[in-house]
Design a protein around this ligand. Structure first.
Ligand code: MN
Ligand code: MN
Length: 466
């Protein structure tokens, strides 16, 4: 290797120049990143909705020695507990060796992703085709959800109260579902419309059948055939949909992307790509000093509302219960606590360079991204992490050789977004957003780089043990 010039040395010493991990990581680190992502792909395929991800997380946690948290019981340092909130969010804790009055270390990711929910009364027939009406959930570009294979996930309660868990379209011999679109030959008028209005939400109707029940006169014979099949297979009647939670998601499995297999394409990276590393950090972190808490929460994509979203008190109550165990005030624990709000950021996309400000964007393969603030129109609606806390997190990552970068969500005037960080900060907890850069965020198939996924895990893990 040739000797560095003075200028090169100065540049290295003085200038911020985030490194591309594919060049700077050792072969061993790259191998570990690839191995970590093999299990991440399984996690993606096993859970596409918040309920499925909670169930999968419980399974993995129990294998790792976690037990359901019993309020009032006194746990010893090193003990591992979890609490499930209504089947849609989960909290996991490893009791620390330090008194809980010194605060807990929180990693919080969300496990709901943009998708198509069924309307309460979804099934109808139109011109001898049967459809489900949908109401989309979260921020989607509606045109992306037509003409792709969809799978049906959810829970349906029968009239007698029996709960059915449904998952159709993921196995090789399952049927799948689809939303049709007009052919280009007849799409002249549609093509003139802006992308945001070309596909109205009421056109997001899922094709679910086309054969009539019998050669008879009468209305809705295709719909009736669908109802008959559903009843035969599941015992469902039409009114059972009124109380159901049914979600249609892309039916694809997670796959490697690129000749170099450096990336993963999948549905639900936002935010499984942070949820899985945060979960694995909890599952692999033994005997932390501070009590380590991972929270996988619901409803982030629609504003963290409801009793399973982070704007509710469920996380606060869990911390209070941990505090009670040591006779400490819950609010004092929160005030002393620190949090990584684990959520994705938009990776710089050269195809849409106009939307990004290059110097403050995050990039694939440059490691886990710290986002000091989110928000829109002048930091509106964000928790802006303090310089003190930024400095602490930054020096931790450097000390532990975790590849990381800084990132804002695009150019200031082009839009914006938010995360759960502000709800955590509202509890008087030091919080900053940290997560994985994603290409095509909120699309049915999102892209991440394996190096960044692994660095997210390493960041949460080191944070728990620091
Ligand atoms: Mn997110
Ligand atoms: Mn999102």
């Amino acid at each position: 290797m040739k000797e560095k010039t003075e200028i090169e040395k100065l540049r290295e010493e003085l200038a911020y120049n985030p490194k591309n991990g594919s060049v700077t990581l050792t072969a061993d680190e790259l191998r570990r990143a690839d191995e970590f992502c093999e299990e991440y792909k399984d996690f993606l395929n096993n859970g596409k909705t918040e309920r499925e991800i909670v169930a999968e997380s419980v399974k993995l946690a129990e294998i790792a020695g976690f037990k359901p948290f019993e309020k009032g019981k006194v746990y010893q340092p090193g003990e591992k507990v979890y609490r499930v909130n209504r089947g849609k969010s989960i909290l996991l804790a490893i009791i620390g060796s330090k008194p809980i009055s010194e605060g807990v270390r929180l990693a919080i990711a969300h496990i709901d992703s943009p998708r198509l929910d069924l309307k309460p009364n979804p099934l109808y027939e139109s011109d001898e085709l049967a459809f489900f009406k949908t109401h989309y959930y979260g921020g989607i570009k509606k045109y992306q959800w037509t003409t792709i294979p969809l799978a049906m996930h959810g829970v349906i309660f029968l009239k007698n109260g029996e709960k059915l868990e449904v998952r159709i379209g993921e196995e090789d011999d399952d049927p799948q579902f689809c939303i049709s679109d007009i052919l280009p030959h007849l799409g002249t008028e549609q093509a003139k419309k802006p992308l945001g209005t070309a596909i109205p939400a009421e056109n997001l109707n899922i094709l679910v059948g086309s054969r009539q029940i019998a050669d008879e006169k009468g209305n809705d014979l295709v719909k009736l055939n669908v109802l008959k099949l559903l009843h035969e297979k599941y015992g469902i009647v039409e009114a059972d949909f009124l109380s159901a939670e049914v979600e249609f998601v892309p039916a694809d499995k997670a796959r490697d992307v690129g000749f170099d297999r450096s990336m993963i394409g999948a549905y639900g990276h936002d935010d499984s790509v942070c949820a899985y590393p945060a979960l694995m950090a909890a599952l692999t972190c033994n005997n932390p000093g501070h009590t380590a808490v991972t929270v996988l929460t619901d409803k982030e994509e629609i504003g963290s509302e409801g009793n399973t979203g982070l704007n509710s008190s469920y996380m606060k109550y869990f911390i209070y219960d941990l505090a009670d165990m040591q006779g400490v005030k819950g609010r004092d624990v929160l005030t002393a606590s620190q949090c990584l709000s684990a959520d994705v950021n938009a990776a710089y996309d050269p195809n849409y360079a106009d939307c990004f400000e290059k110097r403050n964007s995050c990039y694939l393969n440059k490691g886990v991204c710290i986002t000091k603030y989110t928000g829109s129109r002048g930091k509106g609606g964000t928790s802006d992490a303090s310089a003190e806390y930024m400095s602490r997190v930054r020096s931790l990552l450097d000390r532990k050789h975790v590849l990381w970068q800084i990132g804002e969500l695009g150019k200031v005037d082009v839009g914006g977004g938010g995360t759960v960080a502000k709800y955590v900060a509202a509890l008087d907890v030091d919080t900053v957003d940290m997560g994985v850069p994603v290409l095509s965020m909120h699309a049915p198939w999102e892209i991440v780089a394996k190096i960044d996924v692994y660095m997210a895990y390493r960041a949460f893990y080191e944070f728990f043990l620091d």
